[in-house]
Design a protein around this ligand. Structure first.
Ligand SMILES: Cc1cc2nc3c(=O)[nH]c(=O)nc-3n(C[C@H](O)[C@H](O)[C@H](O)COP(=O)(O)OP(=O)(O)OC[C@H]3O[C@@H](n4cnc5c(N)ncnc54)[C@H](O)[C@@H]3O)c2cc1C
Ligand SMILES: *[C@@H]1O[C@H](CO)[C@@H](O)[C@H](O)[C@H]1NC(C)=O
Length: 251
């Protein structure tokens, strides 16, 4: 066998679990640090939202997950499997092409159990600092616990810090503002007029869902050559080109 290393993996989401399995398979000694009490990262639905719904306040309590309650995958299940491990989780007896987030989480839990990864995870243990001393990495977790490793793999995710549209006047605009990271359910938008900025899968999903509660939804995209038009199949969703500026009018 090749030389065995002691390796720290930071994060027990998809990336951390895949890394841990490959390392274990090659005979390395693996410790997975996970700050929450569950594995699955993004796929753990968290109904909480942050105190600052735009995520600008550096002192806010950060919620890791960005899932909305109704979310289903935007890739077919067949593209989300591992090359040697099938994604065959059913809901109410049905194997859905675009599973909901619960099925994805169950898939990851099953994967972790199957390959003996759960016992490698230190739950409720946030890594706060990693530094190098001679040829080793010192991983420092909460309560100042330190442990030395030969290698560290950082799998802490990249969807938790919102990126805010930089539009003149947006900071003084008096209406309610929220980033999709903190969107969970449509009810708070009942009878409101809502502008959704963005053109990705979340913007489209959220627009369609909010339209069932809101009075009007206006979906603004940066893509060139968009004309203001009502979307086919919807009574109250219009698409718009890029928002140029916000005016400080009382609404
Ligand atoms: C709304 C949304 C929808 C998506 N839909 C799809 C889809 O349909 N199909 C698809 O393939 N992908 C989708 N993705 C992409 C998704 O990001 C990946 O599928 C995948 O979950 C990313 O895994 P990850 O391990 O990189 O990060 P994460 O899942 O974010 O996991 C990171 C983990 O690290 C932990 N952590 C972070 N910092 C520390 C620390 N300092 N110490 C200890 N632990 C820490 C976190 O608690 C978390 O458990 C979607 C993403 C979002 C946001
Ligand atoms: C994973 O999905 C691919 C693409 O659909 C398929 O060819 C492969 O057989 C699947 N592998 C497993 C183990 O399910």
């Amino acid at each position: 066998m090749e030389k065995s290393f002691k390796v720290a993996v930071i994060g027990a989401g998809v990336a951390g679990l895949a890394a841990a399995r490959e390392l274990k398979r090659e005979g390395h000694q693996v410790v997975v640090y996970e700050k929450s009490d569950k594995l699955g990262g993004t796929w753990v639905y968290d109904p909480r939202i942050e105190s600052d719904p735009l995520g600008l306040d550096p002192n806010r309590e950060v919620v890791h997950g960005s899932l909305y309650s109704s979310l289903r995958t935007n890739l077919p299940r067949q593209l989300m499997n591992f090359s040697d491990y099938p994604f065959e989780i059913k809901k109410n007896g049905e194997l859905r092409t675009f599973p909901g987030h619960e099925e994805v989480l169950e898939f990851l839990n099953e994967f972790a159990r199957e390959f003996g990864l759960v016992e490698l995870i230190r739950f409720n243990t946030e890594v706060v600092r990693v530094h190098r001393v001679n040829s080793q990495w010192i991983v420092e977790s909460e309560l100042s616990l330190e442990e030395a490793f030969d290698a560290v793999i950082v799998c802490n995710g990249h969807h938790t810090q919102p990126r805010i549209a930089d539009i003149p006047g947006i900071e003084k605009w008096p209406g309610k503002q929220i980033h999709s990271h903190n969107y969970r359910v449509p009810e708070p938008f009942q009878d409101q007029v809502v502008v959704v900025i963005g053109d990705g899968p979340s913007a489209h999903d959220i627009s369609e869902e909010i339209a069932m509660a809101a009075k009007e939804v206006h979906l603004s995209s940066r893509s060139p050559e968009i004309k203001v038009t009502k979307l086919d199949y919807y009574d109250n969703i219009w698409q718009h080109p890029k928002v140029i500026k916000f005016l400080p009018l009382k609404i």
